[in-house]
Design a protein around this ligand. Structure first.
Ligand code: KG4
Ligand code: ZN
Length: 414
């Protein structure tokens, strides 16, 4: 191994409802990208059912990884390492990806990089925008997370805000379901599309957490407001939007547009405050990264672009295929960590009997910004793992040194 550009890393992602794999070069060239979504299951169960999702991942994982290798015109022998999401996410689902990654790694004697799913959402921005240096501010918005983090360095984050209940993607998904929209491409895109037909001022939803001068989020209350608005207009979600009368359709579109406006206004207000905080902590920041599934939304991008410009910063938003869950972000984050020596040695062909998978279903990205703690927080604080940042600063450092000593011959030289 001589240079970063020569690295070829396979990334595997199974933390939620998409089975994804990709092959990426250290230079940032995407050699292949494959995503198999569980859209049919989502429609059937109205959300992610862990056991079903696990089953679907188990069926998809081998063909998805094979297709990623085939499309890249490579075999496992050409790889430098395997990167895989180890958390946060559903344990049952994470396990499928980690098992596959370990199988490949042990068969082909490859190092493994365990990746934090939310760090991957943030760092993929560095693949598409080469100017993007640390430190930067990131807003990560997906189905399960709403995070404002200050990225000081690789693996080092301060959490400025998180959600006290639901994430914005969950609110989009429920709104879509209650409005009787087509959920096959997940709820968000369906609401975004219908909102284009509606009047965003038609329904007066109130913006969440106005009285709390912090950077935390809440979407549970807005969800309830949407549900009540739907009930009061006698909208029957069992009638799909495609069969609704034009009056009914307009009414649904008004709710979609009004919901989207307020949901995004909440993001705008929190981002403005986070930019002010971030500039105090790290005055050199120049970028706001917006990533995660909801960042594919054009209205979200346009509104946040205005906030960012007003503060003389630049918005970096990956293309939609890299905002929603994907293997590229995992491979790229693997590359970034691999290059600084953070990886595990190839697993043994047969794991010891007492072997336990290192899965981190609840794994914060960084420590909370002390001054930013909200009184409103009834946060689900139970955590299984210390944050990525504290691991990297503390215990993990010792492990790395041990690995580096053991694996002297595998240390990449750049
Ligand atoms: O990051 P992601 O693919 O998976 C998670 O880690 O959760 O995000 C999925 C979420 C879903 O809630 C989906 O409805 C939302 O992102 N989403 C959108 C759009 N595209 C995906 N929300 C609003 N507008 C969109 N265009
Ligand atoms: Zn995600």
């Amino acid at each position: 191994m001589s240079s970063k550009d020569d690295l070829i890393v396979l990334g595997i992602e199974t933390s939620c409802d998409d089975t994804a794999a990709a092959v990426v070069r250290g230079s940032g060239e995407i050699l292949s990208q494959v995503v198999s979504s569980q859209a049919d299951l989502l429609v059937q169960y109205g959300g992610v059912a862990p056991k079903m999702a696990e089953e679907a991942h188990s069926q998809a994982i081998d063909p998805v990884v094979q297709e990623a290798l085939d499309k890249a015109n490579l075999t496992e022998r050409d790889l430098s390492a395997v990167a895989v999401t180890i958390g946060p996410g559903l344990s049952l689902c994470l396990r499928v990806g980690v098992q596959k990654a370990r199988n490949i790694a042990s068969c082909f004697n490859l190092p493994v990089v365990g990746v934090h799913h939310m760090e991957a959402h943030a760092l993929v921005a560095r693949l598409i925008e080469r100017e993007l240096q640390f430190p930067f501010l990131a807003l990560l918005i997906s189905g399960g997370h709403n995070l404002l983090v200050l990225a000081h360095n690789l693996g080092q984050y301060t959490q400025l805000g998180t959600t006290i209940d639901d994430a914005i993607g969950e609110a989009f998904d429920k709104t879509a379901k209650w409005l009787g929209l087509d959920l096959r491409r997940s709820g968000g895109p369906a609401v975004e599309k219908l909102a284009l037909e509606g009047d965003s001022q038609a329904v007066k939803f109130s913006t969440p957490m106005k009285q709390h001068k912090d950077c935390n989020f809440s979407y549970a209350g807005l969800k309830t407001q949407v549900r009540l608005a739907i009930e009061s207009r006698n909208i029957d979600a069992t009638i799909p939007i495609s069969s609704a009368s034009s009056q009914d359709r307009n009414s649904r579109a008004d709710i979609a547009a009004s919901f989207q406006r307020v949901a995004v206004l909440h993001l705008e207000e929190r981002c403005q405050r986070a930019i002010e905080w971030a500039l105090k902590i790290e005055p050199s920041i120049k970028h706001l990264v917006v990533s995660g599934g909801v960042a594919s939304n054009k209205y979200v991008r346009a509104r946040l672009d205005q906030v960012v410009r007003k503060n003389s910063l630049q918005l970096v938003c990956p293309p939609p295929s890299l905002c929603t869950d994907n293997g590229v972000m995992v491979a790229w984050t693997g590359i970034e960590h691999f290059c600084v020596g953070r990886y595990d040695p190839p697993p043994p062909v047969i794991d010891p009997e007492d072997f336990v998978y290192d899965l981190r279903p609840r794994w914060p990205l960084g420590e909370e910004y002390a001054e930013g703690r909200s009184e409103a927080r009834s946060l689900r604080t139970a955590r299984i793992h210390p944050s990525l940042t504290s691991l990297i600063q503390g215990i993990y450092a010792t492990t790395i040194v041990a690995h580096l000593l053991k694996l002297g011959n595998m240390i990449p030289q750049f």
